[in-house]
Design a protein around this ligand. Structure first.
Ligand code: ZN
Length: 205
């Protein structure tokens, strides 16, 4: 599927799993945005297509909007001194960069689309920031699931050969339907969960 579809479906699935708190929704947006597109880092080397550039533009905008919300409203998780004074986080960040450099140079739908990459990167993200790791994993899994529906094989069991269901073209009608459903789902879940959060606050007060 195309980048925007991956982001919309990945974030919608993350929001569905998120607790109805402003913080929980921020973490879901951050983890879902990056997790749902990270596999396609193998399309980002050399000359990235318009779809890839647009996808990363949207993913980073969502990530940083939620990041700023989390950092400045709550100021709990991403304090620079917490990150740079923790050797474990620094080591995991370094290993994640190495993993991404390996993935970026692979063939499309190769290592970056494998369960190996999923487990390795999810564990590293868990040690970097626990609250986003579940949503990163959900975003990643939705990407693999959507790509498996396409006609181009995905090397999900890397280094074994790729597999796919071969049902849809990546840029066909199914892609458009999934994009609309995912975007609608994101909007509905955000409204619903923020409302639930607001009502909960009122009850507590
Ligand atoms: Zn992909």
């Amino acid at each position: 599927m195309m980048s925007k579809t991956h982001i919309a479906v990945g974030i919608a699935a993350s929001l569905a799993a998120a607790p109805a708190t402003a913080e929980g929704l921020s973490f879901a947006l951050m983890g879902g945005a990056i997790g749902s597109l990270i596999c396609d880092i193998d399309r980002s080397s050399d000359r990235p297509s318009r779809d890839v550039r647009q996808g990363w533009g949207i993913a980073f905008t969502v990530f940083f909007t939620a990041f700023m919300h989390e950092s400045y409203v709550y100021w709990q998780t991403f304090r620079a001194e917490t990150i740079f004074s923790n050797p474990l986080i620094l080591v995991c960040l370094g290993l994640l960069v190495v993993l991404l450099l390996f993935a970026i140079n692979g063939a499309h739908r190769g290592f970056s689309h494998s369960l190996l990459m999923f487990f390795a990167s999810s564990v590293l993200v868990f040690f970097i920031n626990r609250q986003t790791s579940l949503f990163y994993a959900i975003g990643f899994l939705t990407h693999l699931f959507l790509d498996l529906l396409n006609k181009k094989p995905v090397r999900i069991f890397y280094p074994a050969k790729g597999i796919c269901l071969g049902w849809f073209y990546a840029d066909g009608l199914a892609n458009r339907i999934l994009l609309l459903t995912g975007t609608g789902g994101c909007a509905a879940l955000l409204i619903l969960k923020y409302q639930m959060y607001g009502n909960l606050l009122r009850v507590i007060r």
